[in-house]
Design a protein around this ligand. Structure first.
Ligand code: AP5
Ligand code: MG
Length: 209
C-alpha cells in the first residue's frame, strides 16, 4: 500500500500513522519528523530548515523534495509507505507523481483528515512527545502515564503564533494538493473529530472500500 496522510496541523496524522502502520506494515515517513531529526543533529539540511519550522513557515520545496524522494527509494519502501506531511505544496505533489511514474508504482490513497481550524490551537498547545518512544500525547485528550511525564518535550512550533501561521499555510499551500489528487479519484475524506480509536476505524473502513 502506498498512501499519504494529509490534514491541517493537529489533525492527528502522526497519532493515526502510529496506529495504522501496525495494520498495514509499511514504514511511516513523516517529513516533519525527518526535519526535526536533522535540526537536532545539526546537519546542513537541519540548519537550513530550523528557522522556517520554528516560525511555522514551510521549508523550501527543493530541500524537502530531495529528502523524501531519497527516503522512499530505500529498500524498506519497496512494498509501500505511508507519507505524513508530504506533499504539502503542488510542486511537491507533482515531483512525487513524476518519481512514482518513473519507478512504475502507483499511489493508492490520499487520506484527508479534517478538523475545524478552531480546534488546532487546543490540540497543539497540549501536545507533548516522548523522546524515548516517539509516542505523541496530549495533556488533556490523551494524558501520558505519570512515569514518563518528566521526560516529555514540547515542539518549538507549538506556540499559538506559529500555529496560526501553520494553519494559514495549510489553507494557502497544502489544500490545493487535494484537488490534484481528487482528479485521480483517490482522496478519502475522514472526519478527524472523535476519539483517536474512532478515527482509526474510519480510516481503515475507507481504505478497505
Ligand atoms: P509537521 O510535523 O508535518 O506538522 P503539521 O503538519 O503541522 O502537523 P502536526 O504534526 O502538528 O499534527 P498531526 O496532524 O501530526 O497531529 P498529532 O497526531 O501530533 O511539520 C512541521 C513543520 O515542518 C512545518 O510547519 C514545516 O515547517 C516543516 N515541514 C514538514 N513537512 C514539510 C513539507 N512537506 N514541506 C515543507 N515544510 C515541511 O496530534 C496533535 C495533538 O492532538 C496531539 O497532542 C495528540 O495527542 C492530539 N490528538 C490527536 N488525535 C486526537 C483526537 N482524535 N482527539 C483529541 N486529541 C487528539
Ligand atoms: Mg505530525
Amino acid at each position: 500500500m502506498r498512501m499519504i496522510l494529509v490534514g491541517p496541523p493537529g489533525a492527528g496524522k502522526g497519532t493515526q500513522a502510529a496506529k495504522l502502520v501496525e495494520t498495514y506494515r509499511i514504514p511511516h515517513i513523516s517529513s516533519g519528523e525527518m526535519l526535526r531529526d536533522a535540526v537536532k543533529e545539526g546537519t546542513a539540511l537541519g540548519v537550513k530548515a530550523d528557522g522556517f519550522m520554528k516560525s511555522g513557515q514551510l521549508v523550501p520545496d527543493d530541500v524537502v523534495i530531495g529528502m523524501i524522494l531519497e527516503r522512499i527509494a530505500k529498500a524498506d519502501c519497496a512494498a509501500g509507505f505511508m507519507l505524513d506531511g508530504f506533499p504539502r505544496t503542488l510542486p511537491q505533489a507533482e515531483a512525487l507523481d513524476d518519481a512514482m511514474n518513473k519507478a512504475g508504482v502507483t499511489l493508492e490513497a490520499v487520506v484527508l483528515i479534517e478538523i475545524p481550524d478552531q480546534m488546532v490551537v487546543d490540540r497543539l498547545s497540549g501536545r507533548r512527545t516522548d523522546p524515548v518512544t516517539g509516542t505523541i500525547y496530549h495533556m488533556i485528550f490523551n494524558p501520558p502515564p505519570a512515569d514518563v511525564v518528566s521526560r516529555l518535550v514540547q515542539r518549538k512550533d507549538d506556540t499559538v503564533e506559529a500555529a496560526v501561521t501553520r494553519v494559514a499555510k495549510y489553507h494557502s499551500e497544502t489544500a490545493p494538493v487535494v484537488p490534484f489528487y481528487d482528479g485521480k479519484g483517490i482522496v478519502k475524506r475522514v472526519d478527524g473529530v472523535g476519539t483517536p480509536d474512532a478515527i482509526t476505524a474510519r480510516i481503515t473502513a475507507v481504505l478497505a472500500r
